[in-house]
Ligand binder design. Structure first.
Ligand code: CP
Length: 314
């Protein structure tokens, strides 16, 4: 099977195919929460050295919905706390004979490393990147594309605005790649210290102020301010951030009336997103989480099987 390290490795047609399979998975598996056996006999392991609620549990649930066996390794409960390296952890896991490794790590390139390091003496598993440092989070960008299509947006030509801590965001980088491949106009806005102008080389637009960015937006993605990186000194105080860039109802009114609001989660409510926006009817934040299971079913199915049409299997 083919590993999923970054959306840069996928064509627009391949991305559309994943979204199409995710839609089928949502319809025939998620809609009635009924298990299927499309991945019966397959085994997967999640290896997460960074915290996660959504990504890890949705990859696990996705595998279980499709009949696979899934086990989880987190840093705190594993021999990584005794100093075992990521390389040795991956070699250990692959020696047990798993079909897929789903990895999250704070280092950029960790998923690529995982795809190269596992010993060919045993079966080499597929690697699915669940977030590597600030580099990529492909399944998150896919679930955002899926959700905005579901919200009725035509990705091609849409004004898509990513707001906030772009500097530390793997979601922003995967979004820039995925959304521009499908023809969206991607805008970035936030405090200058958190929006690297160099990202324009990836085909997006860096706006100077929030009002310009929000004007007539079709969809906005409000990023979490990564407070754990505040020690690096790039981040304004939370009060200052909320005042200058926090998205409240008044600011939301600058966007198109039917704007769709997404947020990758977890939210710092009252900082980057107001309470009045998080639960507004324009918010697709809960749907995103649900769609994350469908997208991850699609990724697991397509990478671990020959990708036969689901309707034929159903
Ligand atoms: N969106 C996202 O990656 O959330 P988690 O860190 O909870 O997995």
């Amino acid at each position: 099977g083919r590993s999923v390290l970054a959306l840069a490795d996928f064509s627009a047609e391949e991305i559309e195919r994943i979204l199409q399979v995710a839609a089928q998975m949502k319809k025939i598996v998620l809609s009635d929460n009924k298990k299927r056996d499309f991945l019966k006999g397959k085994s997967m392991v999640t290896v997460f050295s960074e915290a996660s609620t959504r990504t890890r549990s949705s990859f696990e649930l996705a595998g279980k919905y499709l009949g696979a066996d899934v086990i989880n390794i987190t840093k705190s409960g594993s021999s990584m706390t005794k100093g075992e390296s990521m390389r040795d952890t991956l070699l250990t896991v692959s020696a047990m004979g798993v079909d897929a490794v789903i990895i999250r790590d704070s280092s950029e390139g960790a998923a690529l490393f995982a795809s190269k390091v596992m010993s060919p003496k045993v079966k080499v598993p597929v690697v699915l990147n669940a977030g590597d440092g600030a580099h990529a989070h492909p399944s998150q960008a896919l679930l955002e594309l899926f959700t905005l299509k579901e919200a009725g947006k035509n990705i091609k030509g849409m004004k898509y605005v990513i707001i906030g801590d772009i500097l530390h965001s793997r979601v922003a980088r995967s979004d820039i790649v995925g959304f521009t491949k499908l023809g969206a106009e991607v805008h970035l806005v936030g405090p200058r210290t958190l929006v690297p102008k160099e990202l324009e080389a990836m085909g997006c637009i860096v706006d100077d102020d929030l009002e310009t960015a929000l004007k007539d937006a079709d969809a906005i993605n409000i990023l979490r301010i990564q407070l754990e990186r505040a020690a690096a000194g790039f981040i304004p105080t939370t009060r200052e951030y909320a005042r200058l860039f926090g998205i409240n109802k008044k600011r939301l009114a600058l966007c198109k009336p039917d704007v769709a609001v997404i947020h990758p989660g977890p939210m710092n409510r009252g900082i980057e997103i107001g309470y009045d926006v998080a639960y507004d009817e324009k918010s697709w934040i809960q749907e995103e989480v649900r769609n994350g299971v469908a997208v991850r079913m699609a990724l697991e199915y397509l990478t671990l099987t020959e990708g036969k049409d689901i309707d034929a299997l159903n």
